[in-house]
Design a protein around this ligand. Structure first.
Ligand code: SF4
Length: 312
């Protein structure tokens, strides 16, 4: 079967071997983050809908999982915001009934948990990783460039309600953008929000390959460490870089070699690679991270986006 909605399994920094389930069309999102690795949002919306046919997603999951693959997680993620998908609860129920041995993770920007129905739909997911990058309206709009209906106070209240009602693990991710959310006042507000939300973990992330806007720079390890100690709880950590050697089962050397061979012929964007190789953008991004970290490829920004080329 040729899968349209499943991708991977991909080697994930946090989740081990993770089967991706992409529930919304490319760049359908409530945000248009300046650091997004998938490029600019083309459909900015807060409308929850059945963006792709529920029956088809379930048929693909059944086909794949009946082969009893070894997975650490089945993860709702992709190149848009998965909680926009109105059938997410039905898919979760299907997985928990038919394949109870698999753990489910939801990677989300966390913007829609003020919706009671959504909180109910995701109750049986094992792990939710929501983002919260800013508390002040100014930083929120600069970093996440959200749909105009959204505001950070509502989002924080949604996350507090999620914590009260949801029995699973919540790992809150904060993407640090130097100059925007590492100021004293923003960090103080984030610290207060964390105290209210009470996540099980807080994970700091930063740019490690070009994002949507070329002026976004990464925070240094030292800056991240300073923020960890400022936030001052043992729940805070810096997301470790993926190391291919430690995740042999999930890292497919053939895919990495194919990417290298392709960009040796001509530099490509991640979207070009996805079309040429028939691989999901998120799956490709995992390999691209590793190839950048191991200094086998370099990047160049052009009008059409970020191009990757093999180092000679
Ligand atoms: S990073 Fe996530 S939340 Fe932000 S625009 Fe990209 S897909 Fe949407």
């Amino acid at each position: 079967m040729n899968y349209k909605y499943l991708f991977g399994p991909v080697p994930s920094r946090r989740l081990g071997m993770s089967l991706g389930v992409d529930l919304v069309p490319f760049k359908t999102c409530t945000y248009n983050c300046i650091y997004c690795e998938c490029g600019k949002t083309t459909h900015l919306t807060t409308d929850r809908k059945e963006y792709v046919p529920l029956k088809e997603v379930i048929a693909e999951l059944k086909d794949y999982l009946d082969q009893k693959p070894a997975l650490d997680f089945i993860t709702f993620s992709g190149s848009g915001e998965p909680t926009l998908y109105s059938g997410i609860g039905k898919i979760t129920d299907f997985l928990k009934t038919e394949y109870p041995n698999y753990k489910i993770c939801l990677l989300t920007n966390g913007s829609l948990f003020h919706l009671k129905d959504l909180r109910k739909e995701v109750r049986s997911v094992d792990l939710i990783i929501p983002s919260l990058d800013a508390v002040s309206d100014t930083a929120f709009r600069k970093i996440n460039r959200p749909s105009p209906q959204l505001n950070p106070q509502n989002i924080i209240e949604g996350l507090v309600s999620l914590r009260k009602e949801y029995p699973g693990q919540i790992w809150l991710e904060i993407f640090i953008v130097p100059g925007l959310n590492n100021t004293e006042s923003e960090l103080k507000a984030l610290k207060e929000a964390i105290e209210k939300i009470q996540p099980d973990k807080v994970q700091l992330n930063t740019l490690d390959r070009p994002g949507t806007e070329d002026w976004v720079t990464p925070a240094s390890q030292k800056e991240l460490e300073t923020i960890v100690s400022y936030l001052g709880t043992d729940k805070v950590e810096i997301i470790a870089k993926f190391q291919p050697g430690k995740k042999v089962a999930a890292y497919n050397k053939d895919i990495a070699d194919t990417i290298l061979r392709t960009i040796k012929r001509r530099p490509c964007t991640v979207q070009d690679l996805s079309e040429i190789l028939g691989l999901h953008i998120n799956e490709l991004n995992k390999y691209i991270h590793t190839l950048i970290e191991t200094e086998r490829i370099e990047t160049e920004r052009k009008e059409r986006g970020t191009f990757f080329r093999a180092k000679t």
